[in-house]
Design a protein around this ligand. Structure first.
Ligand code: NAD
Length: 391
């Protein structure tokens, strides 16, 4: 019997094994993941800000997948593609006939000096918890230090991650001010963004609404300001120096380093895949989610690295692997967006919805849309009982 190795238990990997089981593929399915749990990576900013606990956005992988799937908890070191073996850090090599690589993203620093040493980023549960602990510790420290930089927070980058994080942080300000007996208006939030326009992927009206919302809630937005260096306690952007004892780095993502460690032809650890999501010259290898790069035939530009696209790719890759196992041809990946939600704290946000027409939403109703999106994700990836337990 053939072995299908699926690497990564994020949205894409987990969805792939679920779909392979649904397709009743006649093969041995092995899912490899670093942690015994899945985390909802689109909600890590909430754990970082402290508006959610890790247990609210995680569930046990073994409980979520069928008994037909072998789950291996280990870290992928690299892939010996010539010999079709996945090299793992703890266990022996895993041989495969088909591979679905869904190893996800890492933080992109663009090689800017001082970023790794002097800023915090969040890319998994432990790093998000570390950001939250640093925030609480630094704000608490003000009582003895009286250093106003303990109350200053700089968010570097105003993509979806940065903006969604700022939304959670402004929501936390009243609670933190009370908890640590801080002066009113003492906590200062800065956002530094290289681009002239913030959230350019949203319609003008919605991106402006999001920026106005954050500004009204005390965030100092600095667009058109490229960060050139991060020092201990300060960020250099344009001609300005922003001093803060909490610096959070959200300027984008690259694919897993396993990609460059495995000899793929790649850019920022993303591999251009064929329209059926397989790798050129390796029909048994599929790359999906943040490790893959696929031009959108409509725009000619690469699809962005969103959870929605990763999940759609997982379905397409699983169906294509099942077709190959059965000796049938693969089909091209087709994607139709259902919209974009950008939250601004737990109860607010902006969204475009492309279902039953084209809708632009802003304000509190987006909080409900976001909850529906999150619940649907957990419902589809885990069991109903986990979803109910986490709410
Ligand atoms: P991103 O690439 O979308 O945004 C990073 C931002 O940082 C950009 O606006 C960029 O101009 C800015 N930047 C880069 N270098 C800089 C510098 N030196 N100085 C100042 N600014 C700099 O990255 P992200 O926000 O981490 O998102 C990653 C991916 O995940 C994206 O595809 C995004 O769409 C997706 N995502 C989606 C959602 C959602 O749909 N709600 C949420 C989070 C992430």
């Amino acid at each position: 019997m053939a072995t299908i190795a699926v690497l990564g238990g994020g949205y894409a990997g987990l969805r792939t094994v679920k779909r392979l089981v649904r397709e009743k593929v006649n093969a041995h399915i092995v899912l490899v993941n670093k942690y015994p749990y899945h985390y909802e990576s689109t909600q890590l900013h909430e754990v970082a800000a402290g508006t959610k606990k890790p247990s609210d956005i995680t569930f046990d992988i073994r409980e979520a997948v069928s008994d037909e799937v072998d789950v291996v908890i280990d870290t992928v070191a690299s892939i010996d593609r010539a010999n079709k073996k996945v090299l793992l850090e703890k266990s022996g090599p895993l041989s495969y006939d088909y591979l679905v690589n869904a190893l996800g993203f890492e933080t992109e620093t663009f090689g800017i000096k001082g970023v790794e040493e002097n800023s915090l980023s969040f890319y998994d549960i432990d790093s998000a918890v570390a950001v939250h602990e640093h925030l609480e510790k630094t704000l608490a420290n003000y009582a003895t230090s009286h250093d106003e930089n303990d109350l200053h927070i700089v968010v570097c980058g105003a993509g979806f991650t940065g903006i969604e994080l700022l939304g959670e942080l402004v929501h936390q300000i009243p609670a933190w001010t009370q908890k640590y007996a801080l002066p009113e208006g003492g906590i200062k939030l800065y956002c530094i963004e290289a681009g002239k326009k913030i959230l350019p992927m949203l319609p003008e009206e919605l991106s402006k609404w999001a920026v106005d919302y954050l500004t009204e809630h005390g965030v100092e937005m600095h667009s058109g300001t490229a960060i050139t260096q991060v020092n201990p306690g300060s960020v250099m952007g344009g001609d300005l120096e922003f001093r803060a004892n909490t610096i959070i780095w959200t300027t984008g993502v690259r694919g897993s380093h396993v990609i460059c460690d495995s000899g793929y032809d790649q850019k920022r650890n993303r591999v251009i895949v064929k329209d059926d999501l397989s790798v050129e010259g390796q029909p048994e290898e599929f790359l999906i989610g943040d490790v893959s790069a696929l031009p959108d035939p409509a725009s000619g530009r690469l699809y962005p690295t969103t959870a929605q696209i990763a999940i759609a790719q997982a379905d397409a890759a699983a169906v294509n692997v099942a077709a190959l196992v059965a000796g049938n041809p693969t089909k091209p990946f087709v994607f139709k967006s259902v919209g974009t939600v950008c939250s601004l704290g737990p109860h607010c946000g902006v969204a475009t919805i492309d279902m039953f027409g084209h809708w632009k939403l802003k304000g509190h109703k987006v909080g409900l849309v976001k909850k529906l999106v999150n619940d649907r994700s957990v419902l589809e990836l885990a069991h109903v009982k986990e979803m109910l337990a986490s709410n």
